[in-house]
Design a protein around this ligand. Structure first.
Ligand code: ADP
Ligand code: ADP
Length: 232
């Protein structure tokens, strides 16, 4: 019941004159239903870790298992297939497509999926997801007709619509006023209470507190107390 497992994962960026060790021998297990926060100073490797977890980048060494499958050295196409099935993303800047309605934005992961679904099945999943974030009444609106907090709720609906193994969340409150930020955080907690597995990167210690498992990254490694809490 550990959908996410990193074993001795390292990431080295090899640029012209320097090697940057962004992650060093990182071990991480995320259990089904966990809510994990990852915090730490700028440059400690948070973005790199999230990119690897999201199959947007590959580790230099080590292994990454999703639902028991080693995904650390898949081809580009294989990664994309697994990413579309198993990963949900929520970004700081929402990343909604301005030309698409709320409904069609939320439907995107289903349309990219290799699982074939009828339009009725897609509509049922999108509507359920919009209901979960309480944005059903805005499904025919366009993103620029919504407040920042509403856009982030739509982005969360898109992140969960295909029922991913893990929802990866990057600074979800970074572009929100504090009231909308609190509401988004509450929504993530509610989703987690209903069973969603969440891994969230945040600079904000107040929001990191919300997570059940709090990891601190320091120079590309998980600092000791958090690691003991995490790796059971
Ligand atoms: P954070 O998200 O915690 O700020 P990052 O994962 O972005 O940290 O970066 C970790 C380290 O790796 C930093 O030293 C950063 O400069 C370096 N780094 C990140 N991405 C790249 C890249 N594409 N090329 C070279 N170095 C990178
Ligand atoms: P944040 O910490 O706000 O998430 P970062 O500054 O870590 O953002 O990184 C933003 C993007 O820039 C990431 O995609 C990262 O891979 C890239 N990046 C970070 N540092 C470097 C670097 N030294 N060289 C090249 N790309 C980098």
């Amino acid at each position: 019941n550990h959908p996410i497992r990193l074993v001795q994962v390292s990431k080295v960026y090899d640029t012209k004159f320097v090697e940057t060790h962004a992650l060093t021998n990182l071990n991480l297990e995320i259990a089904k239903g966990d809510f994990v926060s990852i915090s730490g100073p700028s440059g400690c490797g948070k973005s790199t870790l999230l990119s690897i977890l999201g199959l947007l980048d590959q580790p230099t060494s080590g292994q990454y298992f999703i639902d028991g499958t080693d995904v650390s050295s898949l081809s580009f196409d294989q990664s994309a297939t697994i990413r579309n099935e198993k990963i949900g993303f929520v970004f700081q800047s929402f990343n909604l497509i301005d030309e698409l309605t709320v409904f069609d934005n939320v439907a995107l992961p289903l349309r990219y999926s290799s699982k074939s679904r009828t339009e009725q099945e897609i509509a049922a999943l999108v509507n359920a997801s919009l209901e979960t974030v309480d944005m059903q009444h805005r499904k025919d609106h366009f993103p620029n007709q919504l407040s920042g907090g509403q856009q982030q709720r739509v982005a969360i609906a898109r992140g969960i619509v295909h029922q991913p193994s893990i929802l990866l969340v990057d600074e979800p409150t970074g572009n929100l006023d504090s009231k909308s930020g609190e509401a988004v955080m509450q929504l993530l907690q509610d989703l987690n209470a209903k069973g969603a597995t969440i891994c969230m990167v945040t600079h904000d210690p107040h929001f990191a507190e919300v997570a059940k498992v709090r990891l601190k990254l320091q120079d590309g490694a998980i600092s000791k107390p958090a690691e003991m809490e995490c790796v059971a």
